[in-house]
Design a protein around this ligand. Structure first.
Ligand code: ADP
Ligand code: ZN
Ligand code: ZN
Length: 733
């Protein structure tokens, strides 16, 4: 029998593919898109196999409606990597493949440059514009828009201008369509711009040579303090890659993608550099994607999801700030871009380079055990001095808006000598909670197991977990008193306090509330660099990838929360924050200083950070992890479940536990913890529970999870509660 049945992966949350008949006039390819009927809808899916039999009666199968691709969408190794991701992270194949497609391709656009139609105004159109359009307002609008310059077809559709309107105007000769075929020339003979290229120091030269002389796959950790010239090493690794006609992919954390970063790559190389991040519109994203696949682009710089870009001939992946939490996707396909990058390098046989001043403990462990090659850059380029650090014991001290008197005095000293000061506080809002001074009652969100945060600016209380908000509460609901006071300090209150303490200096706050608008973070960073502000207040997001040479004092206001957190990674994150801010402040002529406020100055973690270095901290932390059998000495899977009925949610996870324990692969190398209530036990009216599975080896974890999943999916409660599996979770909330 002729193979005339296509197995299609569809973007539906079901762990299976669907069979369709192939009409004799259609020629689908494996890895290409097809449109198919699905219930009453038409969906676009990917053909994963073409076979000659179906488990369903053939007369019940429906035919494919159309084939959208004559060749596979992805090169084969990348296509295989996506299958691997679906398996490894236990996420449906159809959804995984759909996630890796630019959204225009998901909607059925052609996967080549001809789809990028652009509209231009004609001479006749210009004349008509001068003469006027009478009452044809819509037509006038379109022609006027194009009078400012050509626009992509998709941009017009996004403006609610129909294809029919455009067609009419085209027929009248007022506008014309042009296809933006790639006009970029072949790469020039002179690939590199050698101006301002520094002479590598010895450690840099060793790192570059080790990587460039390594044939095929290898994973390299560049453990280099901030300013030690890691980026310079990256540039020197990319050069021979381009010379061999291959391309480079550079991954950066979400917030690290600034014009400065991009410009360093653009200035050095004469090949097209494309950027991929969440701010691109659909057309720009498809453009960058095609440019990599069809080898226009030499270098792609992007955030997490750029990892799934197809390349004509990829030669290296560089993961900068590899410890950064933004590399782990927190929903849908919960992949870790660093780990998948290593797998991609392995499958496609090229080197993968991980760089950081504060490598993740997992990565350091891989380097120590010889899985990764270890390269160290220990000196700051340009003779910059390392920052000095001190602990401020604030036990019993009066705090003004979270600031102790010694810290205020230090701030004054630095500000008066014309420098900038940066303060870290990982808490948005005015203060975390509103409390009754008479009876201690706390204003609590009705839908969550959490307190409201008081926002003075808007005179509201807001729940940071479900987003609900209401006007500020005036009266205690416990005793009726109107004596409500705010407890704890948030960034907003700190800002108010600083205005009182330092009226002569300007303060800027950088957190998720203040940088919600697109581009606002970028302009804030610019004005800090220009010195328009002297005091910077930030949450963790300020610590990533930015140099602040005029900041000479950094204060970490509240580190105790991280010392005693239920999340075993909290101390690692604090250490990374501490080292990163210390490394990014000051410059050669003006060394930085870091002050930590704590009630626990004797804490072993603080001591090792202060008196030793990150290496030493990491060593101690790894020993602790080993004793507790925590990653990297074991592998975790976190089951999260939530629902309206508390008992059902808990019961479901208890059944999951029994299912796993009954699996023949479950042995003394495995452990299940829970079910336990999630750290936030109730959110937006839903009860939340967790179950943790811990297994000594990754392969056993994979086999155990893979073989338990079908039985878990068959549990009756699996359809009644919302649940997911997070393989190798980073965030335990
Ligand atoms: P990192 O990425 O590790 O933070 P960079 O590559 O940005 O470090 O280097 C920090 C600064 O030192 C940059 O201004 C860079 O141009 C400069 N630099 C790097 N390597 C050298 C070198 N070998 N000689 C002189 N300057 C260098
Ligand atoms: Zn809430
Ligand atoms: Zn009260």
């Amino acid at each position: 029998m002729q193979p005339n049945i296509a197995q299609v992966a569809l973007p539906v949350p079901l762990d299976k593919c669907f069979d369709y008949l192939i009409p004799n006039y259609l020629f689908p390819v494996i890895g290409g898109r097809v449109s198919v009927p699905f219930g009453r809808q038409t969906l676009i899916g990917i053909v994963v196999d073409i076979v000659d039999h179906s488990d369903f009666p053939v007369e019940q199968l429906k035919p494919i409606k159309a084939c959208l691709d004559a060749k596979p969408v992805w090169p084969k190794p990348l296509y295989q990597l996506l299958h691997w991701c679906s398996q490894f992270y236990q996420y449906p194949l159809g959804d995984t493949l759909a996630m890796a497609l630019p959204s225009l391709l998901k909607k059925g656009k052609a996967a080549d440059f001809t789809s990028l139609k652009e509209w231009h105004i004609t001479e006749a159109g210009k004349n008509q514009l001068a003469a006027g359009f009478g009452r044809a307002h819509l037509q006038a609008k379109v022609v006027r828009m194009l009078d400012h310059g050509p626009l992509p077809h998709q941009a017009m559709i996004d403006e609610d201008i129909s294809s029919a309107t455009l067609k009419t105007l085209q027929n009248k000769g007022w506008i014309e369509a042009k296809h933006t075929q790639p006009t970029q020339p072949e790469w020039p003979a002179q690939l590199e711009n050698e101006q301002h290229k520094p002479h590598l120091n010895e450690e840099q030269a060793i790192a570059v040579a080790s990587i460039n002389n390594h044939p095929g796959f290898g994973c390299f950790l560049i453990d280099g303090v901030t300013g030690s010239g890691k980026t310079e090493v990256y540039l020197n690794i990319i050069k021979p890659v381009l010379e061999q006609g291959k391309q480079a992919l550079v991954l950066v954390p979400e917030i690290g993608l600034t014009p400065q970063t991009i410009n360093r790559f653009k200035r050095r190389f004469n090949v097209p550099v494309e950027v991929m991040h969440s701010g691109l519109n659909d057309t720009e994203r498809l453009n960058a994607w095609l440019s990599a696949r069809d080898k226009q682009a030499g270098i792609i710089i992007g955030t997490r999801s750029a990892l799934f870009t197809p390349f004509a001939n990829l030669g290296v992946i560089i993961v900068d700030e590899e410890h950064d939490a933004s590399y782990k996707q927190q929903d849908t396909l919960r992949y870790h871009a660093r780990d998948v990058a290593v797998m991609r390098g392995h499958k496609e046989n090229f080197p993968v380079v991980l760089g950081s001043a504060t490598p993740a403990l997992e990565t350091l462990h891989n380097a120590k055990t010889g899985k990764y090659h270890y390269l160290s850059l220990s000196k700051r380029a340009g003779n910059a001095q390392p920052a000095k650090h001190h602990v401020l014991d604030i036990k019993g001290l009066y705090l003004e808006g979270g600031l102790s008197a010694p810290l205020i005095a230090q701030m004054r000293r630095h500000l008066n000598s014309g420098n900038q000061v940066m303060l870290f506080l990982n808490r948005r809002g005015f203060s975390p909670a509103l409390m009754c001074h008479e009876c201690g009652w706390l204003a609590e969100c009705k839908r969550c197991d959490a307190y409201y945060t008081f926002h003075q600016g808007s005179q509201e209380v807001r729940c940071h977990h479900c987003g609900s908000q209401r006007p500020v509460i005036q009266q205690c609901q416990g005793c009726g008193s109107t004596q409500l006071v705010s407890v704890g300090v948030g960034t907003e209150q700190l800002e108010k306090q600083l205005e009182l303490l330092f009226p002569e200096f300007k303060t800027i706050r950088i957190d998720r509330d203040s940088t919600r608008r697109k581009g606002s973070l970028e302009s804030a960073l610019e004005s800090i660099r220009r010195g328009e502000y002297q005091i910077l207040i930030g949450t963790q997001m300020l610590a990533k990838g930015h140099h602040f040479p005029d900041v000479t004092l950094v204060g970490l206001l509240d580190v105790d929360g991280s010392l005693y957190s239920s999340d075993f990674r909290a101390s690692e994150r604090l250490a990374q924050l501490f080292i990163q801010v210390a490394g990014r402040s000051g410059r050669a002529s003006k060394p930085g200083e870091v002050l930590l406020q704590t009630h626990h100055p004797e804490h072993a973690l603080l001591q090792s950070l202060l008196h030793k270095d990150y290496q030493h901290f990491a060593q101690t932390a790894l020993e602790e992890r080993k004793m507790a059998q925590l990653p990297p000495y074991s592998f975790l899977t976190l089951f999260r479940a939530e629902g309206n009925n508390n008992d059902e949610v808990e019961a479901f996870l208890r059944q999951v536990r029994h299912t796993i324990e009954a699996n023949p692969l479950y042995d003394e190398q495995c452990m299940v913890l829970g079910p336990m209530p999630a750290p936030l036990a109730k959110r937006a009216g839903k009860y939340r529970w967790q179950l943790m599975l811990q297994v000594t080896t990754r392969s056993q974890m994979q086999r155990l999870i893979g073989s338990s999943k079908p039985a878990i999916q068959l549990l009756p409660l699996a359809k009644k509660v919302r649940w997911n599996m997070d393989i190798e979770p980073q965030d335990l909330s």
